[in-house]
Design a protein around this ligand. Structure first.
Ligand SMILES: [Zn+2]
Length: 456
């Protein structure tokens, strides 16, 4: 059968992960979609042996700057102020379009390897139109599902290619009307806007960027409420006052967003994205994820940047669970004591939901991906469950979230295309990612002599 593939004999997580419906079944994939979940007869279509695995929706990463994989590991001991000064204001200036292509391709392949089938690309290094094109070229080459979000922020170049902010808006319009003229959300790569960091530009710039996203009818995402100072205004409240909140908006981090502001986001139909590893390390504050979810705001998980950490969402799920539980437990411990505790604040099933279906909802893609249902895209992973560290399986969701790791990801399929099988990512992609990534940071650093002299 042309364009069909049978995933045979696995334990399939069917539907919304929160329902924890695990079924021993086959999955028929046809023309890039899930055609059937059940007992699928053999009819000559190619098959993947799924025995010894959970068949799961692929992870959905809702906050990730793929291009920064060009500097993989550089920031592991940095805080947010160092990050802003050294990368956003410095190394970003020295990335050519070719470097962006290398970083993005390498970042996307590494994400696939970890079971990520959809990743936003929050591309905030659009130094020229070619930089944006290079990102989309790389994502297309890898074949991961993505929302490419065109960054409207201005990297502080000595000789900027875009001489006015209006030029940037026009270039985003150009890209939308050329490369992204088809508006079907089921397209493998869709278009969005990454606005300038809130508070970093005059209000009229923010107004123009939000208006552009509305004009183009695409997702807008933006870094929000993640830098702290007694002098900073509450950014969500300010957007509300100016009438800018609305649907198709994804607020990244939102660590100091108040509960009252989360209620405003819920009313507006907006979403948030949490990236626990970077937020906890760099000093952004605790993840907003659970507070947002309690207020009815879709809350995705993300890995943020491979300049800092792996695109592995198993780690993000665990850090979210434990940091949120710790901060919520502490007042109880200090008042009533241990007897007042009542389990974890974020269950394993909830963590997996935020890493899949709720991330998809945050990106506006929940009708397309994020769970295994007939008619949705064939975006899935086979996660081995037959290792020493898996058995016995007492609770499947606990095995997935608290006992598994990226090396257990056996197979990854995006839109029906096998990207990883038998524990190895597609060999041509793997070789290309490594050959492009090797040397890229040395070239970037060689263009930034003052930084090199200061040790970075
Ligand atoms: Zn970010």
């Amino acid at each position: 059968m042309a364009d069909s593939l049978v995933v045979r004999g696995g334990t399939v997580l069917v539907g919304n992960p929160l329902e924890e419906r695990f079924v021993d079944a086959d999955v028929l994939l046809r023309d890039g979609r899930i055609a059937e979940i059940g007992s699928v007869p053999s009819d000559g279509a190619p098959e993947i042996d799924a025995r010894g695995t959970f068949v799961l929706p692929g992870f959905v990463d809702s906050h990730h700057h793929l291009w920064e994989a060009s500097m993989r590991g550089l920031t592991a001991d940095w805080d947010i102020t160092q990050f802003m000064a050294r990368i956003r204001s410095s190394y970003a200036k020295f990335h050519t379009a070719q470097d962006i292509h290398a970083g993005t391709l390498s970042g996307a392949v590494a994400a696939l390897d970890c079971g990520v089938t959809t990743s936003i690309d929050y591309m905030h290094c659009v130094n020229t139109p070619e930089h944006a094109e290079a990102s989309v070229d790389a994502i297309s080459e890898v074949g991961i599902r993505s929302v490419f979000c065109y960054g409207l922020n201005a990297v502080p170049l000595d000789e900027p290619w875009f001489t006015t902010h209006a030029d940037r808006l026009d270039d985003a319009r150009r890209m939308r009307s050329t490369r992204f003229a088809v508006t079907d959300p089921a397209e493998l790569i869709t278009f969005g806007i990454a606005a300038s960091d809130l508070g970093s530009r005059p209000a009229e710039i923010t107004d123009a960027e939000f208006a552009l996203a509305r004009e183009l009818d695409v997702l807008l995402t933006v870094h929000t409420d993640c830098l702290w100072s007694p002098d900073y205004p509450q950014q969500v409240a300010e957007l509300h006052t100016r009438g800018l909140l609305g649907p198709k908006q994804l607020y990244a981090h939102a660590n100091r967003t108040t509960n009252a502001e989360l209620a405003l986001l819920a009313d507006a139909g907006s979403a948030v994205a949490s990236t626990p590893e970077v937020e906890l390390q760099m000093g952004n504050g605790f993840p907003v994820l659970k507070r947002a979810s309690r207020h009815g705001v879709p809350a995705g998980l993300g890995s943020n940047l491979q300049a800092n950490n792996s695109p592995d969402l198993f780690t993000q799920m665990r850090l979210a669970r434990h940091s949120i539980t710790a901060i919520e437990n502490q007042p109880l411990l200090e008042t009533t004591g241990t007897a007042a505790l009542d389990g974890t604040s974020l269950t394993c099933a909830q963590a997996f939901f935020h890493a899949t279906l709720d991330s998809a909802r945050a990106l506006g893609l929940d009708a397309v991906t994020g769970s295994l249902e007939v008619g949705k895209a064939a975006d899935l992973m086979l996660l081995r469950n037959d290792g020493v560290h898996h058995r016995p399986i007492v609770d499947p969701m606990a095995t997935i979230v608290s006992q598994s790791r990226p090396s257990d990801v056996d197979t990854v399929v995006v839109a029906g295309v096998v990207k990883k099988q038998s524990g190895r990512v597609d060999d041509a992609l793997r070789r290309r990612a490594i050959s492009l990534a090797d040397g890229v940071f040395e070239r970037v650093r060689s263009r930034s002599t003052p930084l090199r002299r200061s040790g970075h």
